[in-house]
Design a protein around this ligand. Sequence first.
Ligand code: GRG
Length: 328
Amino acid sequence: MSEALAGRVASNGNNGGPAARHPVQSNGRLERQTAVAALSPSAMHEHVDRALEEVDFPAPADAERLVEAARYALLDGGKRVRPILVMACAQAFGVPVSSVMPTACAIELIHTNSLIVDDLPAMDNHAKRRGRLTLHRLYGDDIAILAGCALLSEAQRLILQDQPGSAELRNRVLREVLDATGTAGMVGGQFLDVTKYLPDDREDLERVQMLKTGSLIRACVRCGTLLADSRIDHAFDGFAKSLGALFQVVDDILDETGKARWLGKIPGSDRRMGKLTHVTMFGLERARERAKELYEHCLVSLEGIASTTPGPTEPLQEITEMVYRRER
Ligand code: GRG
């Protein structure tokens, strides 16, 4: 990106680097404010959409189509659950959301890459995503793969170059993200998915789903709290695990019951592809019961979080509601 994203989003007229705009305490973590105006998830959504528009993909002459493809996949239509989660966690500690924006955006870039890869003919072969043609259907597999690679590289640059905080903190955040995305996380989970791994029981299914989906959601919470509090709080991590599992159960339910018009993709693909999900393994009713159970776990964790954090936690409750009750 051409200039510090964090500063742009804060837009306070200060021309210093990200660290100057967002003072860093002696322990390396981001400065808290005593009275942070609580931003709602929908306000955070607007902030992150604007910041994503600003992400720069430096490219050589004649590679405009590559940048256009990366931006097509990244912009418009995403719910932005992951970046909003990073911001809401920071806000719970009284840290302004603008100061975690580079990491929030980086995670959305990585998520977008995973959707591009997942949609490819060699994987799930989806034609529609976010209500539009998938990237490879519009640009071809070759450009879609390269655009996905560009998103991964730029994500790492955002954290290393633009995220305010000490170098050690940025490294810890990047490590969290890499742990969540690599073979011990999303890539490993996707491998099990495409090689049609058969989980033994619900626990095993949730282990695989945690790798593929939950690990990045958990990383959002871990990065948000690391940046704001220099450590990973046990209660936040418990919340993150339940939320990650909840996200995927609801996804399984929507794949069975959702309407294409709302989902923005063609439902029923899990069943068609013979995938084992909460619905195909245990039926719709038990999947719904499990979603309710995980939703309640999230709320219990949030009660503990609300009693110990200095900033507003209502947005985390709102995100939990959104994830549980979403229709797309
Ligand atoms: C990231 C290095 C790297 C590799 C990716 C392809 C792959 C490896 C993993 C697949 C992960 C995957 C697609 C999991 C499904 C997660 C999921 C339920 C996605 C839908 O997320 P939403 O509903 O989508 O937040 P929007 O469109 O709102 O952003």
